[in-house]
Write a protein that binds this ligand. Sequence first.
Ligand code: ZN
Length: 183
Amino acid sequence: MRINVDDLNLLPSKRLRIDYNEKLDIDCVVKPVVGELLVQAVGNGVLISGRVQTLLKLNCHVCLRPFFQSLNVEIDEQLTANKSYSHEDSPRDRELTKDDFYEVIPADGVLDIGDIVYQAVTLASPVFCRCGDDCPGPPKAEKALAAGNSASSIGASESAGKIDPRWENLKTLFSNQETGENS
Ligand SMILES: [Zn+2]
């Protein structure tokens, strides 16, 4: 979904209401993202605000079972027409900095609303997932392993200092998102 800023400025109200409904290419997002957005020309920039919602399929980082979670994302994105910082690289090719949350309108004046929603949904997706208050806790196999370790108190404290293998899953999650984004 694209909007030309020049067209927006030609509207008497300089604002456009959008019924957003798009399927995003994000692994954990299993339903189209729907919501209502308001795009308005303000000064020499554009303000995009509104709310979208979707459904996520996540893996609980405690019990490792998949579960569904609804996601509501508040969108409040301001884009300026002026380039105030170096933007030669695509933001996706480098680490995000706070400048990236203050985007610049592309030179051709065409805004990709899907791109903005994509970023908002990606940022709003939980980093740590727990299926809920009913979470049964770590899987049995892991409990047995922990019990074995507790035979020696030294062994137990050693394992506590190691990086939790479930955080490794997070890395995979993020790299998958990157791949989906570039395809
Ligand atoms: Zn769980």
